[in-house]
Design a protein around this ligand. Sequence first.
Ligand SMILES: Nc1ncnc2c1ncn2[C@@H]1O[C@H](COP(=O)(O)OP(=O)(O)OP(=O)(O)O)[C@@H](O)[C@H]1O
Length: 318
Amino acid sequence: MTLAIDTQQLRKEYGRRAVVKNLDLQVGEGEVFGFLGPNGAGKSTTVKMLLGLVRPTSGRLKVLGGSPDDLAVRARLGFLPEQFRFQTWMTGDEFLRFHGQLAGLSAAELRTRIPAALKRVGLGGRGHEALGGYSKGMLQRAGLAGAILARPRLVFLDEPTSALDPIGRVEVREIIQDLRREGVTVFLNSHLLSEVEQVSDRVAFVKAGEVVRAGSMAELLAGALPVEVKVDRLTPELLSALERLGKLERRGEQQVSVTVSGEEVIPAIASAVHAAGAQLYALMPQRQDLEDLFLQLVGDSGDGGSAVPNGDLKQGAA
Ligand SMILES: Nc1ncnc2c1ncn2[C@@H]1O[C@H](COP(=O)(O)OP(=O)(O)OP(=O)(O)O)[C@@H](O)[C@H]1O
């Protein structure tokens, strides 16, 4: 796998405090990679080091096979910052022209790419308006247009949908999927875990400056699967049959939770119920999602007082 991002023992200290510690991160070319962690975990600092905006205290990093200090490498990076405070006196067109010129695009390229980029982010025909009159969601879209204007090979998107409504979020998800189809690597920082779950090929959880877990969605969410089983009566014979399939937790006269290794075991639960002559009322796998995993891995850290991600928790998950 060719790596778009490769860090080894990357570290950043502010004063005597290490905010990123010995970070080893490998992201393959063309991957959509979700970078998750509570407030203050060191995500933005990591992104800034990868962009060459913050100097690491120690360790090594490569982006697109080189250094972000190399202008040829930097020209192939795109960045949507979390705090998008743009030049409000400029129109959308002027803002993109400014960024495009900084990225070295020619006048001819700018003429075709600016309207195309605006259209792609849902701002077609709005380029003549001043950014000062844009809504927060429009500004975020304009920032995204700026990040992809120069056709980067690696794009960092820091909370790309924080200002968007649900329709806008779907649209940005589609743009990320298009970028993946074009072979662009996307490094995604987001608190919206369900969103990360839907678009990322792999994710890493970072806590207090260190990666605590990384892998594909399937790898991370595999393993123990609790299945709630409800029957007319739980006989000793049925309980011992279920015990052979997984760990049991009794819920009452008619219900038991069986934690099995994966969904391929579910049919065996139904067969055991049938063989014991019981009536099956319900068989409910309780799939773990990214949010459960987030709370489990990083639930007791962060410097914002709470590790709970912004507004994306299902009821009662904590
Ligand atoms: N320039 C700086 N000087 C001193 N400390 C800093 C500086 N930048 C960041 N920090 C500290 O480093 C820690 C990590 O910050 P960072 O912004 O990287 O976290 P984050 O994971 O991106 O958080 P959030 O999700 O809240 O954006 C925080 O405790 C922050 O206060």
